[in-house]
Design a protein around this ligand. Sequence first.
Ligand SMILES: Nc1ncnc2c1ncn2[C@@H]1O[C@H](COP(=O)(O)OP(=O)(O)O)[C@@H](O)[C@H]1O
Ligand SMILES: O=C(O)[C@H](O)[C@@H](O)[C@H](O)[C@H](O)COP(=O)(O)O
Length: 185
Amino acid sequence: MSDHPVHGNTVPANVPPLIVMGVSGSGKSTIGTALAAALGIEFIDGDDLHPRANKAKMAAGHPLNDEDRAPWLEIIAERIGAELADGRPIVVACSSLKRKYRDQLTAYAPSTVFVHLDGARGIISERQSHRVHEYMPNTLLDSQFSTLEPLQDDERKVIVDLTMKPDAIVSFVLDRLSVIDAATP
Ligand SMILES: Nc1ncnc2c1ncn2[C@@H]1O[C@H](COP(=O)(O)OP(=O)(O)O)[C@@H](O)[C@H]1O
Ligand SMILES: O=C(O)[C@H](O)[C@@H](O)[C@H](O)[C@H](O)COP(=O)(O)O
């Protein structure tokens, strides 16, 4: 496997699909965009793939349940699988809060690596107060945290301190990716 330098980091030639995960406001869209740009690969925001009914439900202040999320996760899973089958790595932003959601997301692409933007409710709440979102009210942050299941030992993963600056997070993830296959799980 030949590596090549990107922004001073060494990036593996065979980049796996990456899912940037975490609660609402943790930085998935910001970091996912930056990571994909650094790698020169496509970025997809899971927010854009929610069925209209899911967006309406969240906008009305109600958290999604498993049944709401299942078809949305399937759309994302199939997209990742199709891109991988065509040899195109991809970065996806998707909350991926529960283990069973993550298993559904990786069903067609087991090499997928989750990048969890991990941090305290306080800083995320503070960041949310400064942003405008298409449909997600800040009042759903508590339910996001109560739904979140930490990544488990057998999941392919990079866990990131979300208080770092975006550039530092991207560098950290690229460094981890260059060794993750050897270190799996
Ligand atoms: N590492 C970071 N440092 C400082 N601010 C950040 C960082 N990551 C994201 N933000 C800011 O936090 C807010 C939420 O980020 P966003 O990417 O929309 O999160 P998500 O997609 O997980 O909801 C945005 O205003 C964004 O600019
Ligand atoms: O599974 C969910 O409950 C939703 O996907 C949620 O996690 C997501 O956060 C919203 O789509 C809002 O979008 P932001 O994550 O960008 O706030």
